[in-house]
Design a protein around this ligand. Structure first.
Ligand code: 11C
Length: 364
């Protein structure tokens, strides 16, 4: 059986990588439809060596499609994915729009592939920084239990799209040329927010908009998505999570410093933690301080795996540990995780929309 696949947001930083990941996937693709905004319609992109013209995404674009991979922003997913489901297509959505919907599984295949079984036509791909954190902590949770997590992120510009990478490069060039007039931030920290700040040679402790409680929405996502993925309940008190998210002047590859506490009375040694992590699919331990080996965005770029290192005990709190995680935020954090979900849907014979699903997402 061959699958007819549509990519919504095909021209973006994630969309172009979805195309590459799909080319390299195990999914037999019979037909590909590349969809984007009216502005990008008419561009050509290649899939498996064939030129494909990008079309403007409309509800009818999903006629005859089996699988949709979406990364065109929350409002486009909100508007178009219910139309795709209505037409019988199963959608893997990389935006945050449906993530907290109780009818929508939020999936990192290595952690909770089982949740794919109850999908109703839409499966949400988590936020990039959440994905790499649950990848590193799930083997610990499975073996030793987790009670508390404190994370600080070092997030690359690419999380905010290709235009944010371009902005970082332009600013860096202007700054090095001592041409401060050409440093004119217009995107970061958040495209639609009131103020914009230079990221080049700087740090911005704001990713996404601020909530009333003083946390940013990115920090909120790390808390609630982690609970939904690991525990099946976005508000579970079982693991306490708190987060600080910071944008750093790196193009691709998020870093995370994580402090965590295990539940088990028998506190694992570092060797035992290494062993559990190394045995976890998709997770690579790079942790050899004597040889100065640790994960870095530069070496994670272009890789599907999540990398973990600097695993060490908290010297004053028994049962607590620190570690460092890096992943390509556009691959495991987005395009690869989405294609991987699609691969699992195909392998598990779940590319079908259960009856009555469309009504769950009908907006009017
Ligand atoms: C960033 N994590 O680095 C964000 C991008 O919810 O899918 C991903 C936003 C999301 O800016």
């Amino acid at each position: 059986e061959k699958y007819r696949v549509a990519i919504l947001g095909a021209t973006g930083a994630v969309g172009t990588r979805m195309i590459q990941q799909l080319e390299q996937s195990t999914i037999p693709v019979g037909e590909i439809r590349l969809l984007a905004s009216a502005r990008s319609a008419g561009k050509t992109l290649s899939f498996n060596g064939k030129s494909i013209v990008v079309e403007e995404a409309r509800p009818e674009s999903f006629d005859g499609i089996d699988l949709v991979l979406a990364s065109a922003g929350g409002s486009n997913s909100a508007r178009l994915l219910p139309e795709a489901v209505k037409r019988g297509a199963v959608c893997v959505d990389n935006t945050s729009y449906f993530r907290m919907n109780d009818q929508v599984p939020l999936v990192v295949p290595e952690v909770n592939e089982k949740d794919l079984a109850w999908h109703h036509g839409i499966i949400a791909n988590p936020n990039c920084s959440t994905i790499q954190m649950v990848m590193a902590l799930e083997p610990v949770r499975q073996k030793y239990g987790l009670t508390r997590v404190i994370v600080s992120t070092y997030q690359a510009a690419g999380g905010a799209g290709q235009s944010a990478i371009d902005e970082l490069e332009t600013e860096s060039q202007a700054y090095l040329n001592r041409d401060s007039e050409k440093v004119t931030p217009a995107i970061l920290p958040v495209k639609g927010d009131t103020h914009h700040y230079q990221l080049a040679f700087n740090l911005l402790p704001q990713i996404d908009v601020f909530e009333a409680d003083g946390y940013t929405h990115e920090e909120w996502k790390m808390i609630h998505e982690t609970k939904k993925i690991m525990l099946g309940d976005k508000n579970s008190p079982e693991i306490k999570v708190t987060a600080t998210c910071v944008r750093v002047p790196v193009s691709v590859g998020h870093g995370e410093s994580v402090w965590f506490e295990v539940a088990d009375q028998q506190k694992p040694t570092i060797a035992q933690l290494h062993q559990s992590m190394a045995a976890f699919p998709g997770l690579v331990v790079v942790d050899d301080p004597a040889s100065q080996l640790y994960p870095q965005p530069k070496t994670a770029e272009g890789r599907r795996e999540t990398f973990v290192g600097r695993v060490r005990p908290d010297l004053e709190t028994p049962g607590a540990y620190n570690l460092w995680i890096v992943a390509d935020n556009l691959l495991k954090g987005a395009a690869w995780n989405s294609v991987q979900i699609a691969e699992r849907l195909v392998a598990d014979d779940l590319v079908r929309v259960p009856e009555g699903s469309a009504a769950l997402f009908a907006t009017e």
